[in-house]
Write a protein that binds this ligand. Structure first.
Ligand SMILES: Nc1nc2c(ncn2[C@@H]2O[C@H](COP(=O)(O)OP(=O)(O)O)[C@@H](O)[C@H]2O)c(=O)[nH]1
Ligand SMILES: [Mg+2]
Length: 363
């Protein structure tokens, strides 16, 4: 399962956001299998309206969405990369995640102390990114040092070290690894280092309820930063999310409407995380269940089948495939078949977003 780590300075709303994510998942638990693994680790469903539609068509007993794990990573402070505030331990936690959700305080409230005394999201982002970058730099330098001897006889290590020198120079200038132009081969060479600033990132701008619909000048500042490093920005209000879970479901719509939005920020945050990782969804549907499966962009049919079960990849024969839109328009697989919209795809077929698939496999 994919993991996203929630990071940010103390008191910016990380735990409030995390708790709202998890509470929402719990509220949905009647419909969705879900679990909390540890106090700071929660599993949430990726919202997907197509599931309900397909489940109705197929009269499915159950809906199973695809899921992402969120981790509330506390304790990143200035000096973390030098071991400040148990820093190294938290940095190690971040190394394990696939994507980073960086919560940035964009709300004013004198009752809630800001560790640096004022609201300045750009400065806050720099503080955190500096710690992540310094940690990467130490990692890179250590690897170069250790690999030097081996590089004399090993071509791959030599290439790796050349890439690391390029990265080291960028980190020294305060850039992130994301900002370094790397080929896919180069990325592969350094993948094992799990560099923090190479991870895809979303800035979750935490605003007051009044700014949820429109954002504010702080959000604009964050957008500016994000545009320079291929990062995404979502607007959330941790406060609103924590209030939403306290009120009955039928009243939530009115509450959101009074704030000028149609849905809270959690859904868009979850979706953005999913998209950021370059993930695609294909669907299976039947009487037993309608289910979403996660694949990586470009995956072929047998590998996609392997996501369901490794035996499916080995025994793959063909994939009976129809696009979600075609299935919904025609109303049933049989009707789609008559119109020639049900395709029998083979081993080389690249699975597309929203494909509804029935795999034929050798037992
Ligand atoms: N006004 C306001 N307060 C918030 C918001 N998010 C969090 N807080 C408050 O800020 C304090 C710190 O929040 P917390 O989630 O524990 O921050 P963390 O240290 O980043 O995990 C708590 O008192 C929260 O109630 C928000 O969106 N608006
Ligand atoms: Mg916290």
């Amino acid at each position: 399962m994919l993991r996203a780590g929630i990071v940010g300075l103390p008191n910016v709303g990380k735990s409030t956001l995390f708790n709202a994510l998890v509470a929402n998942a719990k509220a949905d638990a009647a419909n969705f299998p879900f679990c909390t693994i540890e106090p700071n680790v929660g599993v949430v469903a990726v919202p997907d309206e197509r599931l309900e539609v397909l489940a109705k068509l197929s009269e499915s007993k159950q809906i199973v969405p695809t899921r992402i794990e969120f981790v509330d990573i506390a304790g990143l402070v200035k000096g973390a990369s030098q071991g400040e505030g148990l820093g190294n331990q938290f940095l190690a936690n971040i190394r394990e995640v696939d994507a980073i959700v960086h919560v940035v305080r964009c709300f004013e409230n004198d009752d809630i102390i800001h560790v640096s005394g004022s609201i300045d999201p750009v400065r806050d982002i720099e503080v955190i990114n500096l710690e992540l970058g310094l940690s990467d730099l130490a990692q890179v330098e250590r690897r170069i040092e250790r690999g030097r001897k081996q590089a004399k006889t090993d071509k791959t290590v030599q290439q790796e070290i050349e890439v690391l020198q390029k990265i080291g120079a960028a980190l020294n200038e305060g850039k992130s690894v994301r900002q370094v132009d790397l080929t896919d081969e180069e990325k592969e060479l350094i993948k094992h280092l799990n560099l923090l600033t190479a991870k895809p990132i979303i800035y979750a701008t935490n605003v007051s309820e009044d700014d949820l619909a429109t954002g504010n000048q702080y959000v604009e500042q964050v957008r500016e930063v994000a545009s320079q490093e291929e990062a995404k920005v979502v607007i959330i209000s941790a406060q609103v999310e924590s209030e939403l879970i306290e009120i009955p479901e039928e009243e939530r719509g009115d509450f959101l409407e009074s704030l000028g939005v149609t849905e809270g920020g959690l859904k868009s945050l979850i979706r953005a995380t999913y998209e950021l990782l370059g993930l695609r969804t294909y669907l299976t549907t039947g009487e037993k269940e309608t289910r979403a499966w996660t694949i990586i962009t470009g995956m072929k049919a047998p590998q996609a089948a392997g996501v369901i079960h490794s035996d499916f990849e080995k025994g793959f024969i063909r994939a009976e495939t129809i696009s979600y839109e075609d299935l919904v328009t025609t109303g049933s697989t049989n009707a789609a078949k008559e119109k020639g919209l049900l395709r029998s795809e083979g081993k080389e077929y690249v699975v597309q977003e929203g494909d509804v698939i029935l795999f034929r496999v050798n037992p």
